[in-house]
Ligand binder design. Structure first.
Ligand code: GDP
Ligand code: MG
Length: 362
C-alpha cells in the first residue's frame, strides 16, 4: 500500500517526506524541475506498541509501515501534458491514497511558483489537475463506447457510471465524493482515477503560525475540506525537522514553547494509514512486540497468514484480547482470570488493536 505526497513546487513535500521516512533527500527553495519520484518507508507511530513494549521489554519492537512516494513537480497544466505533466500524473496514479500538501508558510528563501501565498487557490490548482486528468480519461472512454460497432448491455452500464462521474467532475466534485455502490466501484477500478483516491489535506505552516495556531485562509480551507470530505490538518515541516535535530531535553522544552503536544507527522502517518483502509492487530512476547497491518474486515485466518502461511494453513483458533482491556490490566494472566481473553475461530473479523495469539497445527 502506497501513499503519495502531492502539491505545488516548494510546498515542503520533500521536507515532509524526509521527516516521515528518516531519509535525507535534498530540499530546494525553487522548483527544481526534477522528475523522478522517490520512495521510502514511513513508520506508523502507535502508542499501543509503546505501551506493550514497556511491559514486555522485548528484544525487538516493530511498528507498522507504509510505502511513501515524494511526487515532485505537479503543477498547473500537468493534465494537459504540459512540461513533464503526464509523467507526474502517472506517479500519482500508482499511489493508493494521497497527502495533498499546501503551503501557507512565509519564507523569502523559497520562491512560490505563483508568487504569493494563497492556499485555497493552490489546493484548487492541484485538485483541478487531478479532475481534468480524470475527465479526459472519461470522455475518451465514452467516445469509444459510442463509436463502437456493437454496444452491449455492459457498455451501457459502464457508460452510465462514467456519466455520473463526469457530471460530478464538471460540478467541481472529486470522484471520491460521488456515492457509488460496490458494483459501480468495481467498474471504475481499472481506470485508476486520480480524484477517486482517498486524500487528506496538510497545511504547511511556519514557526510563528504554528505557535499561534493560525494561518491565512484557515476558515476557507476548513470549509473546502468539509465540502469535499477531506481530512485536514496543519503542521510545520521545517520546524519539526529542526526539533528532530535537538537533544531530548531541549526538544521537550522547545515543543512546550511552541505548544506542540506531539509531532504533526504522527497524525499525518496515522491518518494515512486510515486512508489506506488499514488497521493493525498486535502480537506481544519477549522476543517481539509488533503491529501487523491488515485491511479492515480481514478474518482471523487471513490475518494469521500475515505472520506465516503455515499459521494460516494450520489455523486452529485465535486467543484475542482487546488492547483497551490490556491497558487497564496489563497482565495476560489477570486478563485470563477476568475472562478477557476470547477464543475466536477462523472467520472472526479482526478488530483494530486486537492482541492476537494464534494456535495452529503444523
Ligand atoms: N519556513 C518554512 N520553510 C519551509 C517549511 N517546509 C519547507 N520549507 C522550505 O521550503 C523550501 C521547499 O521545500 P521542499 O521540501 O524542497 O519543497 P518541495 O518542492 O515541495 O519538495 C525549502 O527551502 C524548505 O527549507 C516550513 O514548514 N517552514
Ligand atoms: Mg521536492
Amino acid at each position: 500500500m502506497k501513499m503519495g505526497i502531492v502539491g505545488l513546487p516548494t510546498t515542503g513535500k520533500t521536507t515532509l517526506f524526509n521527516l516521515l521516512t528518516g531519509q535525507n533527500l535534498e530540499t530546494a527553495g525553487f522548483a527544481t524541475g526534477k522528475v523522478e519520484a522517490h520512495t521510502g518507508i514511513a513508520k506508523i507511530p502507535d502508542e499501543r506498541i509503546d505501551f506493550l513494549a514497556s511491559h514486555y521489554k522485548p528484544k525487538k519492537t516493530t511498528y507498522a509501515t507504509v510505502e511513501l512516494v515524494d511526487v515532485p513537480g505537479l503543477a498547473k497544466g500537468a493534465s494537459a501534458g504540459k512540461g513533464v505533466g503526464n509523467q507526474f500524473l502517472e506517479a500519482v496514479r500508482k499511489a493508493d491514497a494521497l497527502i495533498h500538501l499546501v503551503r501557507v508558510f512565509d519564507n523569502s528563501q523559497a520562491t512560490h511558483p505563483e508568487g504569493s501565498i494563497d492556499p485555497l487557490r493552490d489546493v484548487e490548482t492541484i485538485s483541478m489537475e487531478l479532475l481534468f486528468s480524470d475527465l479526459g480519461v472519461i470522455e475518451n472512454r465514452i467516445g469509444r463506447i459510442e463509436a463502437g460497432k456493437k454496444i452491449t448491455k455492459e457498455h451501457l452500464t459502464e457508460k452510465e457510471v462514467l456519466v455520473k462521474c463526469k457530471d460530478a467532475l464538471e460540478n467541481g466534485q472529486l470522484i471520491h465524493e460521488v456515492n457509488l455502490d460496490e458494483e459501480e466501484q468495481e467498474l471504475l477500478k481499472n481506470f485508476g482515477f486520480l480524484s477517486e483516491k482517498p486524500m487528506m489535506l496538510v497545511v504547511n505552516m511556519d514557526e510563528s503560525q504554528l505557535a499561534e495556531g493560525a494561518y491565512p485562509q484557515k476558515e476557507e480551507l476548513e470549509t473546502y475540506c468539509g465540502e469535499h470530505r477531506l481530512p485536514l490538518m496543519a503542521l510545520s515541516a521545517q520546524t519539526e525537522q529542526e526539533i528532530n535535530q535537538l537533544e531530548e531535553e531541549e526538544r521537550a522544552m522547545f515543543m512546550e514553547e511552541l505548544n506542540i503536544q506531539q509531532p504533526g507527522i504522527h497524525q499525518v502517518a496515522r491518518t494515512s494509514y486510515d486512508l489506506l483502509g488499514l488497521i493493525s492487530f498486535l502480537t506481544a512476547g519477549e522476543d517481539e512486540v509488533r503491529a501487523w497491518p491488515i485491511r479492515r474486515d480481514t478474518i482471523a485466518r487471513k490475518a494469521a497468514g500475515k505472520i506465516h502461511t503455515d499459521i494460516e494453513k494450520g489455523f486452529i483458533r485465535a486467543e484475542v484480547t482487546a488492547f483497551a482491556d490490556y491497558r487497564e490490566h496489563p497482565s495476560m494472566v489477570k486478563l485470563k482470570e477476568l475472562g478477557k481473553v476470547r477464543l475466536e475461530g477462523k472467520e472472526y473479523v479482526v478488530q483494530d488493536g486486537d492482541i492476537m495469539n494464534f494456535r495452529f497445527n503444523l
